[in-house]
Each structure stands twice: as C-alpha cells, then as structure tokens.
Design a protein around this ligand. Structure first.
Ligand code: ADP
Length: 478
C-alpha cells in the first residue's frame, strides 16, 4: 500500500514491487509500486495540508513539537517490532537495528524540541522603519531515502521537515519499503493531520524522478550515492528552483598514529568499516596506519576479522549479516577481485559465504596504496583497506586527496596530532579516538562531493525554512 492523505491506497497502476529478505533472498512482501501519477496525488495532498488555513498550518509550533514527541513515544513502544522489520527487510543485525532505532527516538525528541524555537530577528535597519525577519516553512518537501539505515533516515528527514512546519512526500528506497510504512502508521496514530506526511514507494527513475521534477515541490532532501545526488541536483533545477540537501557517499580516512591505544584502535577500526556490513556512507574505508606499528596492527586486524561471527542477522549473537541484495554483493566481490589484481594483499575473507542470501566474509587487505581502486572508490561493503604512512603531514595530504569529504578519524594520544588533523582534514565530521558516533546535537553532512547542507544540530530546521524580511514604515519622513 501507499500512504497518501492518511489513507492506505493501492498504486494507480495497480503495480507492485517485490521486497526481499537478504538473509535468504526470499520474497517477503509485495508492495504497491508508485510512479508519477501517485507522486502527483501525494503532492496534491501535501499541498492541501500546507494551505495557510489548514489544520497543520494553524497548529501552534509547540503543538507540532508535541505531536512529534508522541511519535517518539510510539517509536519507543514499537521499538522491537520496528527493529525486527528492519532486520528482516534490510539484513541489519537485530542489535544494530535496536541501537539505531533507540538513537532515532532520541533524535525525534531533540528535533521536536526545536519546533517552537524558530525565531526571527528584529533588525536595526536604516530609516524610520521597524524591520524584522520571519522564518517560514518552505512548503512541500520531497524526501528520498536510501536502503542502508531506513528507519533512521526516515525519522531524521521527516521529523526535521515537520518541526519546521513543512509537509512531505517520502520516497523510500525500493529495496526497503516496509519500515517507512510502519512509521507512517505511527505518525497517524500520533495525531498528524492528513496529507502532512505521504509515503510513495517505487523506483528511483520513475517515482523518485517524478518527485524531483515536480514543480509544486519546494525542496528535496536526499541521501544516497553521488551519481544519483548529481542527477537530483540537476532535476531540482529543471522545472523550478528547488532547494536541495544532499548527503552522499564517502571514502573516509581513519588514521592510526603510533602513539594510539592499539587494541582500542583495532576494534574501532573494524567496527568503522564492517559495521552494518560496510553499508555506511561514513565507513572508514581508508585505514592509514603509521609505519612503525603497521605490521603489528595488520596482524591484530586480521585476528579480529577472523573471529567475527557471521550469520542470520535476527540472531542477537550474530556480529555480521548479509549485504542488502545480490547486485550489491556482486559489486563488493568485484571490488575485492580488483583489489587483488591491482596488488593489494588479501589477508582474510572476501569470499561469498554459501549460496543462499548475500553474505560476504569481512575482508582485510594490506599493502594498499592510494592509487588502487579499493582506496579510491566507495565500496559499500565489508572491505578493510590498510595503507601505510610515515608522518602526520603526509597523511593529512593523502587523506584530502579525494573528491569525497564526509567523515574522518584519528587515533592518537597527542592533543597536537588530534588538533592539527581536525583542523586540516576536509570532512564534515572528525572523530578523535572514536568513530561512528553522531548524536542529534551534532551537525552532520559533507564537504566536497559528499554533499550539500547539514542535518542534525540546532540549525537543522533552517534548511527547511525561508527567511522573510518585513520592513514597515513608522513615519512618512525617510
Ligand atoms: P544506492 O546506490 O545506495 O542504491 P541510490 O543513490 O541509487 O543508492 O538510491 C538512493 C535513493 O535514490 C533510492 O530511494 C532510489 O530509488 C532513489 N533514486 C535513484 N535514482 C533516482 C533518480 N534518478 N531520481 C530520484 N531518485 C532516485
């Protein structure tokens, strides 16, 4: 079913798409497949819900926040169900799903609290005038989601847009349509008026493109690949001038200095690239280790990877699950092959496991150099590439030699190393002696080709707001 105007409806064409369980490749559901016609209906519903006299627009800002807080309560109530569904449809480890959804519940509360803190300024404008700014919701927003962390992405984008007072049409990834529908039901239960959130499942080139080209849509927020991000930016300017927020890929460097706590660095570096089966835009897929500890680090990294327990993601003791689908699995296997052909040394893993489901044993490569494909392109799979460096100066330059700029990390006990690295590396987030932590208070987004704009943080609602200046004459004398 599609969710339009708080109702469950079939797609106009009657078409459905199959959705799979990555654990065994079986079809778990047929979901209504929307296309341009359904997007048009959803945008119409969102437009009515955005009318200045609509229930949504007449709500107090604090009441908007309260609806979102009720939504957080419902996400908490249904956390196990949502985590099971996420794991079933995405192959995400059940514990990882619980962690991600618990974090998302906190994000809802943080972002909801911003709804009634949207303030303009009074301006010391020239002349005998009273001038001030209003910050007003942009309008109808198209939110296009990826498949790697579906609940987290839905919540983050939808709740930010709603806190700002916008209405939305969500296009989930075709691989993971289910949790978005479950969350839409919870939003309705929380008391959201009809048409404020609409969910249209479907494919990128049909439903997604219809949304990005729709002249009635004021803004697109997208998370996904750089290639599609570029298409979206182009489409956003084709029929009207949509604002865009893009959160795209990465090839994030993680640097281990010789003075680091080695065991902690090995553990964190593994989680940073094998977590969620490597299907993270922030994956630390370039691991730079200082030459004096290189051999020791590699030995420990291999030992760590050897002991990762692979299996059914719904088992709580499993540490590594399947890739999302056959296509992605083959893409990752291809990168692993290429890594070997170009001279990387595959020390462990890198093979498909079994012939059911889409499992790959986590791979560790040593002797990787900057020019190799596995050190340059985003793999989106469990491939740890370990490169060698001598000095901090050198590794900062090498870290920046990429068109990406999403995240970076350093393990060191020297404050100077940490500060120098943090200052000079071109990335939207720098982790020092940790990795993968992104609480809602911290802005998140990329430099360079990793994106445009920031999500999270105190300013997150601003990217869904227009600033309006009001300049009022106080006297006839100017
Ligand atoms: P991935 O490569 O991780 O599958 P994509 O960037 O291809 O990620 O897809 C992320 C989201 O973008 C999905 O919801 C997908 O349907 C959508 N998408 C893909 N192509 C387009 C397009 N041309 N226009 C709009 N959305 C698209």
């Amino acid at each position: 079913m599609l969710f339009i105007n708080n109702e469950w409806v079939d797609s106009q064409s009657g078409k459905t798409l199959d959705t799979f369980n990555p654990h065994d490749g079986s079809i778990i559901a047929k979901v209504a497949e929307g296309d341009k016609t359904d997007i048009d209906l959803a945008v119409s519903a969102a437009k009515i819900a955005f009318h200045r006299n609509s229930e949504w627009r007449l709500l107090d800002a604090s009441a908007r926040g309260q609806i979102l807080c009720r939504f957080a309560d419902l996400v908490k109530r249904d956390l196990q169900y949502l985590a099971d569904l996420e794991s079933y449809n995405n192959g995400m480890l059940i514990n990882f799903a619980r962690w991600a959804i618990a974090g998302s519940e906190k994000s809802i509360r943080y972002i909801a609290s911003l709804a009634d803190k949207i303030q303009g300024d009074t301006l010391p404008a020239d002349g005998d005038v009273f001038a001030y700014t209003l910050k007003q919701p942009m309008g109808i927003c198209g939110l296009i989601l990826p498949w790697n962390v579906p609940v987290l992405m839905f919540i983050n984008k939808v709740v930010t847009a709603l806190a700002a007072g916008c209405t939305v049409v969500v296009k989930p990834a075709e691989q993971t349509p289910l949790t978005a529908l479950a969350l839409a039901a919870l939003l309705k239960e929380a008391g959201l008026p009809a048409g404020v959130v609409n969910v249209v499942n479907g494919y990128g080139p049909s439903a997604g493109a219809a949304l990005t080209h729709h002249p009635g849509v004021a803004k697109i927020s997208f998370t996904g690949s750089v290639e599609v991000g570029k298409l979206i930016q182009k489409a956003a300017g084709a029929n009207n001038l949509k604002r865009v927020t893009l959160e795209l890929g990465g090839k994030s460097p993680l640097v281990i200095m010789a003075d680091a706590d080695l065991d902690m660095a090995v553990r964190t570096a593994a989680f940073a690239v094998f977590g969620n089966q490597g299907q993270m835009c922030i994956a630390a897929s370039r691991l730079y280790v200082q030459s004096s500890i290189y051999d020791k680090f590699v030995e420990k990294a291999v030992e760590f990877a050897k002991n990762i327990k692979i299996g059914n993601p719904s088992e709580p003791t499993t540490q590594h699950g399947p890739q999302i689908d056959e296509e992605m699995m083959n893409k990752v296997l291809h990168y692993i092959e290429k890594g070997q052909q170009e001279g990387g040394k595959l020390l462990i893993g890198g093979q498909r496991i079994g012939d059911q489901g889409f499992y790959i044993q986590p791979a560790v490569f040593s002797n990787v150099t900057d020019d190799m494909t596995i050190a340059k392109e985003e793999i989106f799979g469990p491939v740890q590439s370990i490169l060698k460096f001598d000095t901090l100066e050198e590794v900062i330059d090498r870290a920046n030699k990429t068109s990406y700029g999403l995240a970076a990390g350093i393990f060191t006990t020297s404050v100077t190393n940490a500060l120098q690295f943090s200052k000079h590396v071109e990335a939207g987030i720098i982790w020092v002696n940790n990795y993968l932590s992104f609480p809602p208070q911290c802005p998140f987004g990329g430099f360079k080709d990793s994106g445009i704009g920031r999500e999270n943080g105190m300013d997150c609602v601003n990217s869904y707001l227009e600033v309006k200046t009001v300049n009022m004459a106080l006297s006839k004398k100017f």
